[in-house]
Structures are given as C-alpha cells and as structure tokens.
Write a protein that binds this ligand. Structure first.
Ligand code: GTP
Length: 136
C-alpha cells in the first residue's frame, strides 16, 4: 500500500487531539481535513509504514468518495469487517461531495468517552492503592 499520512497540523505541542489520516495516494485525505478544519489546515508527510501502538490512539476506518459507488473497490462489508478486526471505533462512509461532519464528530465523541472511561479507571485504581496504603 502506498501509504501517506495527512495530519491535522496543530502547532501546539499540547493539543488535546491530533488526527492523522492514513491511506493510499489520492483517496481524499487532504480534502477531508480541509472540509473539517478549513483550507490549508493540514501538513503532509509520506510514511513508509505506520504502526499505532499507543493506548491513546483511537482508529476509525473511512470509506471515502462514497459518491463514486460504481467505482467501489472495497465493499461496505469488508470495511466493517476490517473495522471490527482492528478494534476501531467505527467504519463510516464519507464523501466531500455531500460532506457531512457527523462521522468526524462521532469519532471525537468516541475518543472523549473512551478517555473518560480510562481516566475513571485510573482514578479508581489510585483510590484503591491509597486505601491499601492507609490500611498498611
Ligand atoms: N468524487 C469525489 N472526489 C473526491 C472526494 N474526496 C476527494 N476527492 C478528489 O480526489 C482527489 C484527491 O484528493 P486529495 O485530498 O488530494 O487526496 P490525498 O489522499 O490527500 O492525496 P495524496 O496527498 O496524494 O496522498 C482530488 O481531486 C479531490 O477533489 C470525494 O469524496 N468524492
């Protein structure tokens, strides 16, 4: 796969959320980011291969150019299957022709909720640890 990453280029190091779109050349990564964040919002960087191992990275599979149904190479079912294999948040179809922010917003909400759950878990662990220390 000729993989290219297009990143939402927020120059703040402490940005809460960074989005990286990974996909074949010309699938519409830059166009999607421009639609969501406005023109010239992204920077591109070619990558030979990318592996996301951080627990803080959430993934979503996008089937872009959904207006070009007749040229479809990957079926919806294949997209959904890949999404569940990877444990991704979702599989969503998109098109800049009828652009709809819902999938992006859905993804951001998913990230927020997962983080909230993770933080709750961390707080709970901290509470239990403190309880043990208090008892010893
Ligand atoms: N019909 C249609 N065309 C699209 C859609 N999204 C992007 N395009 C067109 O596809 C072409 C490639 O889009 P880009 O956003 O440059 O694709 P990219 O993945 O960033 O490309 P690289 O930077 O070369 O990897 C452009 O001509 C876009 O206008 C879509 O949803 N539907």
């Amino acid at each position: 796969m000729d993989t290219i990453a297009t990143a939402h280029n927020d120059n703040r190091d402490n940005a809460e959320i960074k989005i990286i779109l990974v996909g074949d050349k010309g699938v519409g990564k830059s166009t999607l980011l421009d639609q969501f964040w406005g023109p010239n919002s992204n920077g591109t960087q070619p990558t030979a291969s990318m592996r996301y191992s951080s627990p803080f990275v959430e993934t979503m599979i996008i089937g872009n150019k959904s207006d070009l149904e007749e040229q479809r190479v990957i079926s919806k079912e294949q997209g959904q299957e890949l999404s569940s294999q990877l444990g991704a948040l979702a599989f969503r179809e998109m098109s800049v022709v009828n652009f709809n922010q819902e999938p992006f917003i859905w993804m951001l909400m998913g990230i927020y909720l997962r983080r909230k759950l993770r933080n709750q878990d961390a707080t709970e662990k901290q509470r239990i640890k403190k309880g043990r220390e208090d008892l010893s």
